[in-house]
Structure formats: structure tokens, C-alpha cells
Design a protein around this ligand. Structure first.
Ligand SMILES: C[S@@+](CC[C@H](N)C(=O)[O-])C[C@H]1O[C@@H](n2cnc3c(N)ncnc32)[C@H](O)[C@@H]1O
Length: 306
């Protein structure tokens, strides 16, 4: 993969989708070759640990005999499950974030989608990789769906941290962002009310509705509206967009709709199957390590004809 950028420009490929561990592919990508990155990593990396700490106390009737015949007792002083979980998560993320920073172009932006319980840990890690001066926004995606806790404020938001590679060079297309209605249109006059306003760092947006055409069935699918806004604001029409925790391929769908090229990576076969269906009928997608044909109707019809 000498130059992925040259490859995209020279060929008719508009999207490349990898079935692989993202770290391997990231390490293959040339430095500063990607214009925009969005990721929504899973919290559960499958390595939940519970480490029990034990302290040994000297005690006349202890069950263990040690030096000079002294008796000892082992006492459990606590489990470190919580902090271990975060250590594992951050250790998993760090090399991938370092690569993300490397492959991002000097005018590029990086969006990191995370849960309110982990955002503080991730902010510290990202500050250390990008530099605090490159932190641009914390976007709150607020939704209103599902049950409501009765014993605290029901948590109904996700956090999206936005970093740029270079604070004096990044892309932000304020005019391209879809405007939203004023909350109190009567207060701003008919002209302004008709034009709408630009969104702030708090985005009200529904989750993907269960009965909508957008629903792919992938459990962690994010709304196309959120990704559309990100791609519109932070990339130019000729941009290359990367999502290396692609899931159902929402970032690719938004990039495709807005005329950007994209790279998607996921290591879960189910995600690839969902993406095969989502991008069925789209020309110019190259699949690496996975054959989408069995999941695509268009291919089946072609096979019937031949
Ligand atoms: C929260 S989901 C992303 C959902 C996505 N934003 C969407 O709209 O569908 C996270 C994805 O990361 C993938 N993943 C986890 N570890 C990975 C790894 N090491 N390499 C590539 N993909 C990985 C999972 O398989 C999962 O599909």
C-alpha cells in the first residue's frame, strides 16, 4: 500500500472496506494521508479483568507458616476491577490513537465518540497524543429514548471529542452545515426564522428509529444525521474519510452521500455482512479480506442472469 491517496485518485474506487484488526491496517497507511477520522470504539474490548489484592498479616492462629515458624493469614483487601477495566481499555486504544494522529493530514480533524462514563479518561489520553491546544470541542449528542432512571438524572447523551491536527489550519465549513430551526422563532423575526441557525456543541438528534429504513440491525449503529453533520463540517468534497471502528458503516454511508471517499475497517464478521447489504448496488467499493457477494442481492441477480 505505497500511497493509498494515489491509489484512490488513480482508480475508480470510492471506498475501501477492510475485514481486519484496525491496528494492522492503520500501520500500513501513509502519514498525513487522511482528511477526516471519526471513531466510535466499543468500550468492552473482551478483556474484563478482576484482580484481587491480598495482604498477608502476622497472626497467632494463621493458616500459613512462614519464616521462623511465624503464622500468617491472607486477607483480601479489595478488588481492582474498575481501574483495571480502564487500564485495559486505554491500553487497547492508545496505539490506535497514536496511529490515527500520524495518518491525519495537517488540516485534518479527529472525532472520538464515547460514553459519558469513559470520556474523562479518554480526554486525558487524547490530550497527551494530540496536545491540549488541538482540542476543539466536546460535542454532546443528546437524545431522548428508552427508560428513565428514578434514582438519578436519566443519562441521555453521548460525548464526541473533536481534535484537530493543527489549530491554525483545520477545515470547518460553517456554510455547509445544515441549519436547524430556532427554538423560539417568534423572537428572531421571519427572515432569520426561515433561514434557521447553525447548531452549537449540543446536538439534539434521535437515535436510529427502530422502524426506519436507516436501521441496519447492527446493535451499536449511530444515526446518519450525526455523521452527515460531521462530514459536512470537517471535510472538503474531495476528502478521504476514515472510520476504523466502522460497525454498520455509517461513516461510509455519510461520506458516500456527500461525495467523499472513505476507508472503513472492522474485525467483526457481522459488521462486514451488514456493510455488504448497506452498500449493495454501490459501484467503486473494494473489499479486502471479505467477499460481500453472498450478502448482496444485486450480485445474486447477476449470477442468475449469467
Ligand atoms: C460501537 S461499534 C461502531 C458502530 C458504528 N459507529 C456504526 O454506526 O455502526 C464499534 C465497532 O468496532 C469494532 N472493533 C472492535 N475492535 C476492533 C479492532 N481491533 N479492529 C477493528 N474493529 C474493531 C467492533 O466490531 C464494532 O463493530
Amino acid at each position: 500500500m505505497a500511497s493509498i491517496k494515489t491509489f484512490f485518485v488513480k482508480s475508480n474506487v470510492i471506498g475501501k472496506i477492510f475485514f481486519a484488526d484496525n491496528l494492522h491496517i492503520l500501520r500500513e497507511l501513509p502519514s498525513e494521508s487522511v482528511d477526516l477520522i471519526y471513531i466510535d470504539p466499543p468500550f468492552n474490548t473482551g478483556k474484563v479483568q478482576q484482580r484481587t489484592r491480598i495482604k498477608t498479616l502476622r497472626c497467632a492462629d494463621g493458616d500459613r507458616v512462614g519464616f521462623q515458624g511465624n503464622r500468617y493469614e491472607s486477607v483480601v483487601v479489595g478488588t481492582k476491577r474498575f481501574s483495571d477495566l480502564f487500564d485495559d481499555y486505554l491500553a487497547f486504544l492508545e496505539p490506535r490513537l497514536v496511529e490515527a494522529h500520524r495518518v491525519l493530514a495537517s488540516h485534518g480533524s479527529f472525532y472520538f465518540h464515547v460514553d459519558y462514563r469513559e470520556v474523562h479518561y479518554c480526554k486525558l489520553l487524547l490530550d497527551s497524543i494530540f496536545g491540549r491546544e488541538c482540542f476543539l470541542n466536546e460535542i454532546i449528542w443528546a437524545y431522548d429514548y428508552g427508560g428513565r432512571a428514578k434514582n438519578r438524572w436519566p443519562p441521555k447523551h453521548d460525548n464526541i471529542l473533536l481534535y484537530v491536527k493543527n489549530p491554525s489550519e483545520y477545515v470547518f465549513n460553517i456554510e455547509a452545515i445544515e441549519r436547524i430551526p430556532y427554538m423560539a422563532p417568534n423572537l428572531v423575526g421571519p427572515e432569520k426564522a426561515a433561514r434557521g441557525k447553525t447548531p452549537t456543541d449540543t446536538w439534539w438528534h434521535t437515535i436510529v428509529p427502530t422502524n426506519s429504513g436507516e436501521k441496519t440491525g447492527y446493535p451499536t449503529q449511530k444515526p446518519l444525521g450525526i455523521l452527515r453533520r460531521i462530514v459536512q463540517a470537517s471535510s472538503r468534497p474531495d476528502a478521504l474519510v476514515l472510520d476504523f471502528f466502522a460497525g454498520s458503516g455509517t461513516t461510509g454511508a455519510a461520506a458516500l452521500e456527500l461525495g467523499r471517499r472513505f476507508i472503513l475497517i472492522d474485525n467483526n464478521l457481522e459488521a462486514l455482512e451488514v456493510m455488504a447489504k448497506r452498500f449493495d448496488g454501490v459501484d467503486g467499493i473494494e473489499w479486502v479480506g471479505f467477499d460481500p457477494a453472498p450478502y448482496q442481492k444485486r450480485t445474486k441477480e447477476c449470477k442468475l442472469l449469467s
